[in-house]
Design a protein around this ligand. Structure first.
Ligand code: GLY
Length: 366
């Protein structure tokens, strides 16, 4: 693949979208248009940091202030959800790593640092010490943990380093250990959800989540595990986390090798109807590049080439490059039989990160 050429097209499209969107926060493009502004729909929605993440990636790559200004708007909007923190949830990592923490890392803005630390405290406050997990969602789901949350814990590693306070890292490591024990299965596939008794911390059940059914294999959940465990290795150096990332990566690759290196929505769903989820492939590709960075010299090429194959398949078959239409990566899916084959903002984020990363031009946002 000519990744430079893909990056040129990405830049042209993101620039036009940025001009068109102004201060709005996008999620799913419908008929080539971001009809909704997520500030009006639900400001605390878990995906609302990804556009800002794309903007900070482009800002660090181009230094064009248009991206920075647009990203700063989302960060300021998020003050309303930090203040009213009961609307927040386990996905504060996705929300604040891509906004305040990215801003702080790139510009040193002290207010952004405070926002990021505030979010890290909210995440740490969700830890259940009986079961050693960060609880997912709100209301009655007191004993739930989900595989997605592996991507939120880098916020805790950041806070640990920033404050020189090991409590944050301890929570991140214990949560990752629990994910290793209860979410990853021996064959490398993963449960989406584990439910524990919130008092005793004993495991109770592993219900179906966004995949086909209980015991199936929701591909985005597998992608969260590939990248999430690999990031756990980045911040702790623990070999068991890298090994876990590789196990799920090998399982993911064995599956996509049968479908042209693009992921089906669930690797264990009936053959018909065919549902794709390109966002899973984009995220897994970033995870493979993370593993390539960590792996021994003899293995690096395998993980890098695998990531490139997936990004190439996405670029060739699933991207819309028409700058008049919103949304880049097509055929993302939210959940089994729910909002399938749509352009998702996080698909665009991971695709952008992946292409930049292939070229060594990325900003480490996690
Ligand atoms: N974190 C929710 C999802 O992956 O859809």
């Amino acid at each position: 693949m000519n990744a430079e050429k893909v990056l040129e097209k990405l830049e042209a499209k993101i620039h036009t979208q940025c001009m068109r969107l102004g201060e709005r926060i996008p999620y799913i493009a419908e008929n080539g248009k971001y009809q909704n502004d997520m500030r009006d729909v639900k400001l605390s929605w878990w995906t609302n940091g990804f556009w800002s993440g794309i903007l900070w990636q482009m800002y660090q790559y181009t230094k064009d202030p248009i991206y920075r200004t647009a990203a700063e708007h989302t960060e300021l909007e998020f003050d309303r959800i930090l203040e009213n923190f009961e609307v927040l949830h386990h996905d504060v990592g996705f929300l604040f790593l891509h906004t305040a923490v990215a801003d702080y890392r790139l510009t040193g803005n002290p207010k952004s640092r405070t926002r990021g630390l505030h979010a890290a405290n909210i995440l740490a406050g969700r830890f259940n010490p009986s079961g050693n997990f960060i609880r997912a969602w709100n209301e009655d789901k007191t004993g739930w943990m989900i595989v997605d949350c592996l991507m939120n814990v880098p916020l805790l590693y950041w806070a640990e380093k920033e404050l020189k306070d090991p409590r944050f890292g301890e929570i991140a490591r214990r949560h990752t250990d629990t994910a290793l024990q209860y979410l990853q299965r021996p064959d490398g596939s993963c449960n989406h959800i584990a439910v524990f008794d919130p008092v005793s911390g004993e495991p109770v059940e592993f219900p179906a989540g966004q995949g086909y059914k209980e015991g199936s294999s929701w591909s985005r959940g597998q992608a969260w595990a590939v990248y999430g465990f690999a990031l756990g290795y980045r911040y702790t150096g623990r070999q068991e986390y890298l090994d876990a990332a590789k196990r799920t990566a090998h399982y993911f690759l064995a599956n996509v090798a049968q479908t042209g290196f693009v992921s089906l929505l669930d690797f264990r769903a009936p053959a018909e109807p065919v549902y794709w989820d390109t966002s899973a492939a984009a995220c897994a590709a970033c995870g493979l590049l993370e593993i390539a960075d960590a792996a021994d010299e003899s293995e690096k090429l395998f993980y890098r080439n695998s990531a490139e194959k997936m990004l190439e398949a996405l670029a060739e078959k699933h991207c819309c490059w028409d700058v008049e239409r919103d949304g880049i990566l097509q055929n993302g899916s939210v959940a089994y039989e729910k909002q399938v084959h749509v352009p998702l903002i996080y698909g665009d984020y991971f695709f952008t990160e992946g292409i930049l990363r292939l070229l060594g031009k990325e900003f480490m946002i996690w």
